[in-house]
Design a protein around this ligand. Structure first.
Ligand code: SIN
Ligand code: CO
Length: 386
């Protein structure tokens, strides 16, 4: 699936993480895969993260889901927005939107959030720390782009909502279904629903902060550290006062730290696991089954397509031994004979049943595919094509 009226090389050189871009009619004839009622239904579910924001100007009110009938009954006519996080995890039709953005690595994607706004509804002027493609799904939304925000940008006095006190509008567009606005991290933006039934699909990316990178890598390394490896004094200088920390000690400490991070293999192993960790690990427990190889083979013949579970994250990296495969935060042992299969599984999000069935010719692939189907990472979904 590719976007229309869009040159990905030009985009990556001139816009990605640099400046906002509107792509008109990027998805011609786009039909919102979700209705407003279905979105409201998701917001009532216990396991699904949702927010309801009512207000405008200086007065805002935030309610976290799960929502109940009375929340909807109490809503005013205008100026409210319902936002549901990670709808792609629950609805394959929404997950398939991410295929349009496959010019960015899949492991950078966070989720697809879907919002519904009544006339005048918005979440207020704000900035995000992440890149986002805002796909207009239904109705119209007026987007304004503001300044590039500094870390000390002032917010209105609301602890929960990060609404900017000063929004300096630079540009404005009215988006129709199929139009997309790309907003880089830290650009102020403000989208206001215009008319009835405005739905927006936000394909959001994730980028760990340097602090998160350091702390997660250190946690990973700590699990393998030896308590007996300890600080040892450099030659003690008897002329130095007893209260002083010498520069030789500091150099030693620096070299201990550098030694611990100068480990390309450990970094690769950790990063593959880290970037494939599921957004909601608790969702992965109920999907297991126990089908046999014969059943899998028959299923692959019957179904035109098989799918990656939208809540699962797959990636591989190349190392001296071939490919290292990562699934949902774990390094998976796979034989070099399965390299082509691993690449296929990671580089696509859905697969032709017959293409996977052909891979069963190799014994190592049988074990791998069977375990991925049985653990719910891969699955069959009866859409219109099957
Ligand atoms: C929205 O969809 O209402 C808000 C999305 C955003 O501004 O990031
Ligand atoms: Co935003």
């Amino acid at each position: 699936m590719t976007l229309e009226n869009f040159d990905k090389d030009d985009f990556l050189t001139n816009y990605w993480q640099k400046k906002p871009l509107v792509i008109r009619n990027a998805i011609p004839d786009f039909h919102s895969p979700l209705s407003p009622d279905e979105l409201a239904g998701l917001a009532c579910e216990e396991d699904i993260e949702s927010r309801l924001i009512v207000g405008a100007g200086e007065k805002w009110q935030l309610t976290h889901g799960p929502l109940a009938d009375q929340h909807f009954e109490a809503l005013p006519e205008r100026e409210w927005t319902l936002l549901v996080q990670a709808v792609d995890h629950w609805m394959p039709e929404v997950a398939s939107l991410t295929d349009y953005f496959n010019f960015i690595p899949y492991w950078r994607i966070d989720d697809v959030m879907v919002s519904y706004a009544a006339d005048g509804g918005s979440v207020g002027p704000h900035y995000d720390n992440y890149d986002v493609f805002l796909v207009q799904g239904l109705g119209q939304r007026r987007w304004q782009i503001g300044q590039y925000c500094q870390p000390d940008e002032a917010h209105i006095d609301n602890q929960q909502l990060k609404i900017l006190q000063n929004f300096k509008q630079q540009d404005e567009w009215l988006l129709n279904p199929g139009d997309i606005l790309y907003v880089p991290p830290r650009y102020a933006h403000w989208g206001i629903g215009e008319g009835e039934d405005c739905m927006t699909y936000s394909v959001g990316f994730r980028a760990p902060s340097h602090g998160e990178i350091l702390s997660h890598f250190c946690d990973h390394q700590l699990a393998q550290m030896d308590e007996l490896q300890r600080y040892q004094d450099p030659a003690i200088d008897t002329n130095r006062p007893a209260g002083e920390i010498g520069s030789d000690s500091l150099q030693l400490i620096q070299s201990i730290l550098l030694q611990q991070i100068n480990k390309p293999e450990a970094i690769a192993q950790w990063f593959g696991q880290y970037m494939t960790e599921p957004k909601y690990p608790q969702l992965h427990d109920d999907d297991t089954q126990n089908i046999s190889l014969d059943e899998l083979s028959a299923d692959l013949s019957q179904h035109e397509h098989a799918y990656k579970n939208p809540a699962s994250r797959l990636a591989y990296l190349r190392n001296d031994h071939g490919l290292q495969f990562f699934v949902d935060g774990k390094a998976v042992n796979s034989s070099p004979a399965s390299a082509e299969l691993v690449k296929l599984l990671c580089n696509q999000q859905h697969y032709l049943g017959c293409a996977l069935k052909n891979k069963l010719d190799i014994t190592e692939n049988q074990t791998l595919l069977l375990s991925l189907f049985n653990s719910g990472v891969l699955y069959f979904y009866d859409d219109d094509n099957d």
